[in-house]
Design a protein around this ligand. Structure first.
Ligand code: MN
Length: 487
């Protein structure tokens, strides 16, 4: 992730490592020398030694705060596939865990598949490996980040393919891990190649609006800083810029009207305690009138990926509107580094059920169960994008449980996501307390109450507006089991 132009070195890795435990440092040093020899005759498309890619991947991992074994595996991640090193040799030199991590990242080179089949099989293998040890995925993401940053050297057909795959699969996986910084870097790197025209258009709007936003935020920044000092609240106020791809996604939802995007630039307040976060919110609202309906308390109700922060949007008093985000330092680190922030490596492989990490990784098991539904490669990849990685909305049961769904999902998708029996007996739905039709598209934050009736059964009509493959499969299976009930 370093923006330095000179090739990364062993010292860069060591300098970025969180722990200087001598055993770990020695392991990384040995892997560095091993990989250097293994890749010695190979060059990348850029003409640089191939080894640089291994070192850059390891640097990314060290910067994300990963442990020595993961960094070691990062250095070795292409030695099986590209340098003919055997799995046994890696295990002998670096132990079983490192061998497992490297093997997990290695594609299924032996399979004589192409296109979708090969991609699908590689992904399935990656998912199975990361269910055992999530660090496999993080290495894959660190590897992809360096590849994205060096895309200028490959053919334009390959550029586009890798960039699209990064946006559709890998960036959403980083999001699932709560690794916001990595996600942003993957997205912005890929965006330029995947959608060059939209990227240019977004950049232009970003520059225009960014300048304007900075002006209007400056006053708020100054008076908020001095007010916090007056009230003896220890907090740091700074500017945060929306990253390009996230601005693009929002622009698309707002018909490219930048006036409707209030957070191109936002103020970020870093407080020292949760209590202070709420005090600061009070101070802000006492000074600037908040826009109704735009106060989001992700501290009390975190996003499913663990994101915590309070967001509010206020009228600045000079006709402008500004977003302010309030969080603690811990919440900030969590949103930047996500799972990597507490990947104590002992817990990383086979996390104990019930542990904090295991709770955060429940979706990986869901992914494994889910993929069993698909034997066709194309169907698998298409549904993966739809069910797992599309822009998602967070909806709630009346008890406050979060149900995460793809955009435009309906109460029927909601019901099947809660329980298949609930789906099969649905008679109607209330959204935020009001009766709504079963084809209503759910929005972020909706509270959905499903009503059921003994004599209500799934209908073919439902298939016209149901979005998730989970719901569609269950509806079809009910209909085929109950042929007499067709009407
Ligand atoms: Mn690689």
């Amino acid at each position: 992730m370093s923006s330095d132009t000179s090739p990364p070195s062993l010292n860069d890795i060591l300098g970025l490592m969180v722990s200087s435990d001598p055993e770990g440092v020695a392991l990384v040093k040995r892997a560095y020398e091993f990989a250097e020899i293994a890749h010695s005759n190979q060059v990348r498309k850029s003409g640089e030694p191939y080894f640089i890619h291994a070192v850059a991947t390891a640097c990314n991992l060290a910067e994300l705060g990963l442990d020595a074994q993961t960094i070691t595996a990062g250095l070795l991640h292409d030695t099986i596939e590209d340098a003919d090193i055997s799995r046994a040799e890696i295990e002998l030199n670096f132990g079983e865990t490192v061998r497992f991590l490297v093997d997990g990242v290695t594609k299924l080179g032996e399979l004589k598949y192409h296109g979708d089949d090969r991609r699908a099989e590689s992904l399935r293998k990656l998912f199975l490996a990361m269910a055992q040890d999530i660090r496999v995925l993080i290495i894959k993401l660190a590897d992809r980040l360096h590849n994205i940053k060096t895309l200028q050297h490959v053919s334009s057909e390959k550029q586009h393919r890798i960039a699209v795959e990064t946006l559709e699969i890998y960036a959403p996986l980083a999001n699932r891990l709560g690794m916001g910084k990595l996600q942003a870097e993957l997205e912005d790197g890929a965006f330029l190649y995947a959608e060059p025209e939209d990227a240019e258009r977004t950049t232009k709007l970003f520059k225009q609006q960014g300048k304007r936003a900075e002006k209007s935020l400056e006053k708020v920044y100054k008076s908020l800083s001095s007010e916090l000092a007056k009230q003896n609240i220890n907090a740091e106020v700074s500017y945060r810029l929306k990253h390009l791809y996230s601005l693009y996604k929002k622009l698309k939802r707002k018909e490219w009207n930048i006036e409707k995007v209030y957070d191109v630039m936002a103020l970020r307040v870093m407080a020292s305690s949760i209590e202070d976060c709420y005090r600061i919110l009070g101070i802000i609202h006492a000074h600037w009138k908040p826009l109704p309906g735009r106060i989001k308390d992700y501290i009390a109700v975190p996003k499913p990926n663990g994101y915590q922060s309070i967001h509010t949007t206020v009228f600045t008093g000079d006709g402008e509107i500004a977003e302010i985000q309030i969080r603690t330092k811990e919440m900030h680190d969590e949103s930047e580094f996500g799972i990597a922030a507490h990947l104590a490596y002992k817990e990383a492989s086979k996390p104990k059920s019930g542990g904090r990490l295991s709770k955060k990784l429940q979706w990986v098991q869901q992914l494994i169960d889910w993929q069993k539904n698909f034997s066709e490669s194309r169907e698998f990849i298409e549904n993966l994008k739809l069910d797992f990685f599309q822009y998602r909305v967070f909806t709630f049961t009346p008890n406050g449980d979060v149900i995460e769904l793809p955009e435009d999902a309906t109460p029927i998708d909601f019901a099947y996501a809660v329980h298949s029996e609930l789906g099969d007996r649905i008679s109607g739905a209330k959204i935020n307390g009001k009766l709504a039709s079963l084809s209503t598209c759910l929005k972020n934050g909706d509270i959905v109450e499903i009503m059921t009736g003994k004599n209500h059964v799934p209908s073919y009509k439902w298939l016209d507006f149901t979005k998730t493959s989970q719901a569609r499969k269950k509806i079809r299976s009910w209909l085929s089991k109950n042929r007499s009930a067709r009407f």
